[in-house]
Ligand binder design. Structure first.
Ligand SMILES: *Cc1c(COP(=O)(O)O)cnc(C)c1O
Length: 224
């Protein structure tokens, strides 16, 4: 790792952390209550190692296979790293996912609740679970329909998955704040504590509206 890469990574991380603290401060919230997930999808170890060296410990990936290829070696070197799966998960990858990840943000259907409960029983691993909501009602988007959320949450609770919160990715190119506010309302209505919302372009807004987990890629790693 060269000195410039470390300085760049440390600079970007400091900038994002300062922005998080500012947004939390405006909302009267403790910045420590916001987990910064550095989304490292498509980036290889050369880009990730400087961010680890700068102190970042929580990372996100969107594909199980890509994460399996990259992370075991990086984790051997830094055992306190925590990995979050932020992308869609196929039921047939549930065992691999619970073995590798400490949190899964993309639970959006009954069959996946079942597969994750089985994978938990088989492996003894209990990653934190977020239910993803298709908050803009978009056809191609991941996440359960808003109307299906109460039932899916109930199923996840019956299966004794550790429910950490709700997650959403709002529609692109429109103001995200109403969608964040709506997800926060659903979390309150259903007694769910965590809110995984906000990416590079809107994490400050998300924090002002209650985000407990922000998923930031581009602002930490540069363009993909
Ligand atoms: C890629 C990705 C992110 C990070 O996006 P940036 O705009 O690069 O910060 C966050 N959440 C999910 C689900 C993603 O797939």
């Amino acid at each position: 790792m060269n000195e410039n890469d470390l300085q760049d990574a440390a600079g970007r991380l400091a900038f994002v952390r300062t922005s998080i603290a500012r947004a939390a401060g405006l909302a009267g919230r403790d910045p420590e209550a916001v987990t910064l997930i550095a989304v490292s999808k498509t980036h290889d170890a050369t880009a990730i190692v400087p961010l680890i060296a700068a102190g970042q410990r929580v990372f996100g990936e969107n594909r199980v296979q890509e994460a399996e290829a990259k992370w075991p070696a990086l984790r051997d070197a830094t055992p306190d790293i925590r990995l979050h799966l932020v992308g869609q998960l196929q039921s047939n990858k549930a065992v691999e996912a619970v073995e590798l990840f400490d949190a899964i943000h993309s639970i959006d259907r009954s069959s996946l609740v079942g597969a994750l409960a089985k994978a938990r029983d088989k492996t003894g691993r209990r990653p934190e679970c977020f239910i993803q909501v298709n908050i803009g009602g978009e056809d191609q988007k991941g996440g359960c329909e808003i109307a299906a959320l109460p039932r899916l949450l109930a199923e996840a609770r019956i299966a004794e998955l550790p429910i950490a919160g709700l997650m959403c990715v709002p529609p692109v190119e429109v103001e995200p704040a109403p969608y964040f506010a709506l997800l926060a309302k659903f979390a309150r209505d259903h007694g769910v504590g965590g809110l995984s919302m906000g990416m590079s372009s809107d994490y400050e807004t998300a924090i002002m509206l209650g985000a407990t987990h922000v998923r930031v890629g581009t602002a930490l790693f540069g363009a993909r």
